[in-house]
Write a protein that binds this ligand. Structure first.
Ligand SMILES: [Zn+2]
Length: 219
């Protein structure tokens, strides 16, 4: 009995320290910014400048076609230290995609990432967040982890920077994966919104990490 008590006491003393050591003191609230549909020759660079100003990392889910259109923008992204994920080659409607064509979409995007200075991607975000059997099967077979989001900024609809900021500030919580876009047809207000929101979130004790870091396999 005495031995059992001693073990329990030891656990009681050691456990909290272990937990705190793993999450950096127990006060860290980690969140991940993600950017879909790039690279874009202006917006991606503006976002990189903003992120590097605050010394934070994010995850970019790129489209293969846009790497072909804007290889310089992609190379800057690839050399920036940000995490890069696969968002298919041509952003097809996944509800109509066969396993074979989605496999080709993923491989073609991956080849473009690798041939333009990026590291082998491990994350796949399906266009429009489609969840179905084909997406799950192909992502798994190709060795990807499928990543969705928990907070949609709706920046892709063209809403104002104030509206985007409000969505983030009202919806954010520990472990949020925040969906933004660095390529919006017709333009968007994502950069202005983030310029306002990032310092606020930092002051509230949030730490920005990549999706892989948030999900637990840092790379
Ligand atoms: Zn997309």
């Amino acid at each position: 009995m005495k031995r059992l008590l001693a073990v329990l006491l030891a656990l009681f003393l050691v456990l909290p320290q272990t937990v705190f050591a793993e999450n950096g003191g127990g006060s860290e609230k980690r969140i991940a910014l993600t950017f879909d549909d790039g690279p874009h020759p202006e917006t991606t660079e503006k976002i990189l400048t903003l992120l590097s100003h605050y010394g934070i990392r994010a995850t970019f889910f790129v489209i293969g076609e846009n790497i072909e259109y804007f290889p310089d923008a992609f190379r800057k992204l690839a050399s920036s230290g940000m995490e890069i994920g696969n968002h298919t080659y041509s952003h097809p409607k996944l509800s109509k995609e066969s396993e074979q064509s989605l496999t080709e979409e993923l491989r073609r995007c991956e080849e473009l990432i690798l041939s333009n200075g990026g590291s082998a991607p491990t994350l796949f975000r399906p266009p429009e967040g489609v969840r179905n059997r084909v997406v799950a099967a192909v992502s798994d077979r190709e060795g990807y982890r499928t990543v969705y989001w928990s907070l949609d900024t709706l920046d892709w609809t063209g809403i104002s920077s104030e509206s985007i900021s409000d969505k983030i500030l009202r919806g954010v919580k520990e472990n949020s994966i925040i969906l933004c876009h660095d390529y919006i047809v017709g333009g968007g207000h994502t950069v202005e919104a983030l310029a306002r929101v990032i310092p606020l979130l930092l002051s509230e004790g949030y730490t920005f990490v990549t999706v892989s870091e948030l999900l637990g396999d840092a790379n």
